[in-house]
Design a protein around this ligand. Sequence first.
Ligand code: IMP
Length: 474
Amino acid sequence: MIKIKLLNNIKTLSIICNQYGDTGKGKFSDYFSSWAHVIARGTGGDNAGHTVVVDGKQKIFHLLPAGITYDGDGKVNILGNGMVINLEVLCQELDELEKDGFTYNNLMISKDAHVVMPYHIGSDFRDVSQKEGGIGTTGRGIGPCYTDKIARRGVRIFDLLNKDTLVKKIKEASEFYSQQSINVEDIVYRLTKYTDRIRPFIKDTIFEMHEFIKQNKKILVEGAQGLLLSIEYGTYPYVTSSDSSINGTACGVGISAKSIDLVLGIIKFPYMSRVGAGLFPTELGGGLSEDYCANQKHTKEYELSKYGIPYKEEGEKLIYDHKDSRIFGLIGSIEPFSKGVGIRLAGGEYGATTGRPRRIGWTDALAAKYAIKINSPIKLILTKADVLCGAREFNVCYYYEKGVRQIVDFDKDNLRNIKPIYKRYDGYSDISEERNYEKLPLSLRNAINDFVHFTDCEVVIVSVGQEKDQTIIV
Ligand code: IMP
């Protein structure tokens, strides 16, 4: 179990991303799960992908909290009331756990969470393609499921327990989704099979959460996606359909944001990424990169082959040396698009859910400051600083041209062509073995100091690799 000063007197802790997701929450959910008794997730569905490394093996969870691998230690994992759950995916994740020898006896699934139905996935397709003006969604039916929730015609986990209600709801839906041919019997048959499997875990998790708080249990509330993708605060309409801020995350597990003692905000630094369409002022290669990443052909395999980087296939995974000299060459390139490709390959920046290449750019301190303001009070974890080793220099954006004050300005036209103003720093060599903050390269510490002053926020952890021990407590 981790023991760090930061956690003294803390009972409820939350981990929230302050960018566009994919900042390495999985590693820290896993890291802090060893401290917690209860790990709860409150927003989104299998659009998310948390990557955790257990015994040197990488695992990706889309629905289950990262703490599920601690079930054997009696830790409770909760899928909260604010989530939207695809039961087929959930059961697949349970199968995977069993295969790897993990248990899930203490799992709790909120009776109030909503169920992602096949017709939700069917109607998400128009938004998958970024090319035709879509949002570039993950295609997992998340938006349509939340739409039905708000329209008060959604199917809750609770509804699965009553077959008549379920049949009635799906019949109603088949009228609403009349452009799809919905086979009510087939859907009911499949859902019944999954329901039988998850029945023992269905609970009133709002009640349970408050019991855990009363019992002084240590609780980890795990965020999903990132603040800039929040339906409330993000770069609308290019956002997900839930509120990924601390407010929405707390709401999604049935507690008040005020009852969270410590919010740890994750920021990828000094580069960041975005998947899907939408504003990204600091993107390396700008529109060229956005169009390139929207093309489904540009997979990890495509990029490895194109840039001559040796790799081998292990199941569905492509294994390659992230520190290959050709990748360093790309990162060192003076040409922004190629630099972005290099960082993507070095950081393994491909969607954990869709495999799409993530768009890469410099960390945007102005956007971070906005996100931090919404999630405050907050302390920061900076992640993936090791990925940039080999770059001759790097930039951090502190201002935009034309007096644009923040990433979600009311003047959308102003935002479309917004130009970032950077501060430049010298590059640095490998830091993945460093464990002492004072020994990090001066240019990186200078950049962190500037970032801390600009955002008026304390950095408490710097992550220098995906393994748990590659963590520097500041
Ligand atoms: P949806 O959540 O599938 O509806 O997708 C809406 C937008 O959020 C798209 O731009 C997605 O790429 C993005 N998105 C959703 N989930 C994640 C995530 O876990 N990481 C990063 N981006 C995400």
